[in-house]
Design a protein around this ligand. Sequence first.
Ligand SMILES: NC(=O)c1ccc[n+]([C@@H]2O[C@H](COP(=O)([O-])OP(=O)(O)OC[C@H]3O[C@@H](n4cnc5c(N)ncnc54)[C@H](O)[C@@H]3O)[C@@H](O)[C@H]2O)c1
Ligand SMILES: O=C(O)[C@H](O)COP(=O)(O)O
Length: 527
Amino acid sequence: MKYRVLVSDPLAEEGIEILKEFADVDVNTGLTEDQLVASIGNYDALLVRSGTEVTARVIDAGERLKFIGRAGAGVDNIDTEAATRRGIIVANAPEGNTLAATEHTMAMMLSLARNIPQATASLKKGEWKRSKFMGVELNDKVLGIMGFGRIGREVAKRAQALEMKIIAYDPFITQERAASLGVEMVPLDELFRRADVITVHTPLIKETRHVINAKTIATMKDGVRLINCARGGIIDEAALADAITSGKVAGAALDVFESEPPTDSPVIGLDKVIITPHLGASTVEAQQNVAISVANQCISVLSGGAAKYVVNAPMIPAEQQALVEPYAVLAQKMGSLLIQLTDGRLESIKVTYGGEAAALPNTKFITRIILKGMLDPILQAPVNIVNAEFVAKERGIRLSETTTEEAHGFRNIISITAKTDKMTESVSGSVSAPDHARIVSIGGYMTDLTPTGHVVISRHTDKPGVIGKAATILGRVNVNIAGMQVGRHKPGEEALMVLTVDSAVPAEAMDEIKKIDGIHTVKHAEI
Ligand SMILES: NC(=O)c1ccc[n+]([C@@H]2O[C@H](COP(=O)([O-])OP(=O)(O)OC[C@H]3O[C@@H](n4cnc5c(N)ncnc54)[C@H](O)[C@@H]3O)[C@@H](O)[C@H]2O)c1
Ligand SMILES: O=C(O)[C@H](O)COP(=O)(O)O
């Protein structure tokens, strides 16, 4: 069956064309939440811009939904938590419109300094008012950039060409990084005090909502100019309107609003406020970029692969993928083997990364793959790296992850211990080359098992005859033994046998093996 994709906001044709090669695509814009809820159950993927509110109701109704793509940067219109809960990958296209938003910010700053929109409107009315539209130069003025990410940094570069002095505030960017770009990082209160023009380039989050408000505006220079091409709500519009009316703020340029379209905003009618209807990303080039990016990510996810810009799961940067991949493959197999060796209700899972594995760039990603390997086979709902941790927590399974230099004679080792209400079982594995990984111990017994195919694993008393009887039963049901390993701590005590076999073992044969005198437990697993 062909996949079905719904595009619910205007998306550049270049992206739609790519999608159509792979899936049935419906472009249906302007749907209400109820209409979306009614139709989303028929689709495997949903692609949006900022115009569609992808609420928890929509997500919960999307029974087949595997991917939500945002053709742009901000994902504040998508309930990512609801998507995570359902194991749906959310990805965006954060780089495609960076330059468009940057250039829009520059256009807004220059227009604000020289009153270009107001002067245009006046002249079009037949007026010729040259003194009314006296402007200011940006040369030598202090530009305060709040949020020094992709767009903030590009704005800084261009403002430097105008010979502005740039100061910036961003709690997640180091002084050194900013200094290498000729920018001074300052505390936020200092930025507010010193800047002639302030432009915001952060996401709208708890910390940034109304960060520009009556109180903070009072600390700014008289005649400050404010720009918001990021997200409505970072500037308190009511406070801005008051400050413009009082003359404290000389002007503001807004591309985004607390509510869009901004029908009731007190700033819209003010002469000193210039406005655009959320046009930051609206260039031909940016729209092509984001549409192509999100279409390719959609195809990749629906084909069982990964998305480049996942926002709701740990990501492995492309340059680290070759390093992490062999561990990820081994981890999933170890998780799958371990769950097949345990009985009872899972209570806790402990993962230890030893030796070189402890230095892997994203062990959290690998731990989620282990959880997927363990939980996916036993749960009704799909478990993937997006929701694995959430699913474990929801079921009361305690998860712990530790790292240690100790690798027990291997260069690297991953050990997983699962505790259920009936037993404790463990497996350890090691990667010796990119295409060579092994299970090196089971339940504390040394093994050397290539994790693929069918295995029969028993715990038995180390005495003559037990292994032979098990082999005879397998032979009788035509199951060929490809390899055998036995581990024990002391002669005559408990031993562990691992038989690799060429096909699945019938349940009756397993029952028969269980009954052999000396066998304590026996399990058949497929890895
Ligand atoms: N108007 C438009 O059409 C348009 C287009 C593209 C992007 N955007 C918006 O622009 C904003 C920035 O986009 P970007 O691509 O540069 O994102 P980015 O993630 O590259 O940068 C955001 C920066 O904000 C910083 N930040 C987070 N919390 C902060 C805080 N409390 N104080 C100061 N800095 C903080 C982060 O450390 C990061 O460096 C986003 O809100 C995005 O949605 C708008
Ligand atoms: O976050 C973004 O990418 C911008 O706000 C652009 O939004 P749009 O795709 O709706 O133009």
